[in-house]
Structure formats: C-alpha cells, structure tokens
Design a protein around this ligand. Structure first.
Ligand code: SF4
Ligand code: SF4
Length: 134
C-alpha cells in the first residue's frame, strides 16, 4: 500500500461526480479528501489516495478520462515567520500535530514533514501567518 496526494480540478459539468465512491468501489482505494473549494468555474479538491500503485495509477487515468484535471500535489503549508506572534492558536487544530512550542524559546515550531496539506490551520491563525496555495 502506498499513499499519494493529488489536486483535482472540476468543471461545472463534472462537479457532481462522486469521486470518493468511485475510487472505493471501482479501484479499492481508500480516499481522504483533505481540502475542497467550490469556485465560480467549478471546484478544486486535494485528495489523498491509499492503495496499490497499480490501482492508484488506474484511478488517475479514470478521473482524467472523466474530464477531471488531476495532478500530483506536493505543496505544504507556508508559515510567515514575520507575521507569526507565537500565540499557539494553530496547535490544537492540526490533525497531525505539526505545531509544537519550543520548550526553551516558546516559539511555535512547524514540522513540515508531518503536514498533510489539509488547510485546517489556515482559518485558525488570527494573524494570517499561514498559507497554502492550491
Ligand atoms: S495544513 Fe493541516 S496538516 Fe498542515 S499544518 Fe495545517 S492543519 Fe496541520
Ligand atoms: S496561530 Fe498563527 S500567529 Fe499563532 S502561532 Fe500559529 S502561525 Fe503563529
């Protein structure tokens, strides 16, 4: 089993496709929708797929053939150190515990390797110090 992250872009025409259902039923993939945004021209989703390489590859081809733009997503959260005041508001909202206070300086340290790009912390920061461009 491997795990890969993709950015999917939907048009108005295929916005209603039940991607998660299709991936589970057709390709035995465990999908995890990390982030989803509806836009004027359709929608964007960050999707994590867990499965065999073969099944993930087949899923990518299927979604692409269905008219959904799909490409690997390897972006991570960006922390603007100048804007951060180390308030700690981001610590509790992060599902993978990326933020920890340095025990000596009390600076909030971000562990980029643990970030799954879910975007949950974006709205938690009162100082807009966090960003994750889609
Ligand atoms: S994007 Fe998600 S995983 Fe990454 S730091 Fe923010 S809350 Fe944590
Ligand atoms: S919520 Fe924002 S300002 Fe507060 S510690 Fe986290 S990144 Fe820094």
């Amino acid at each position: 089993m491997i795990q890969k992250r993709y950015k999917l872009r939907f048009s108005d025409d295929n916005l209603q496709e039940s991607v998660a259902y299709i991936l589970v039923s057709k390709f035995n993939i465990q999908p995890n929708i990390l982030r989803a945004e509806v836009r004027d021209d359709g929608g964007v989703m960050v999707l994590e797929m867990k499965g065999t390489q073969e099944n993930i590859d087949a899923s990518v081809v299927y979604l692409s053939d269905a008219g959904i733009s799909i490409r690997a997503f390897d972006k991570q959260i960006i922390k603007n150190q100048d804007a951060c005041v180390d308030c700690g508001a981001c610590i509790s909202v992060c599902p993978t515990r990326c933020f920890t206070p340095d025990p000596e300086t009390w600076e909030i340290v971000l562990n980029y390797e643990k970030c799954i790009a879910c975007g949950t912390c974006l709205n938690a920061c009162p100082f807009h110090a966090l960003s994750l461009p889609l």
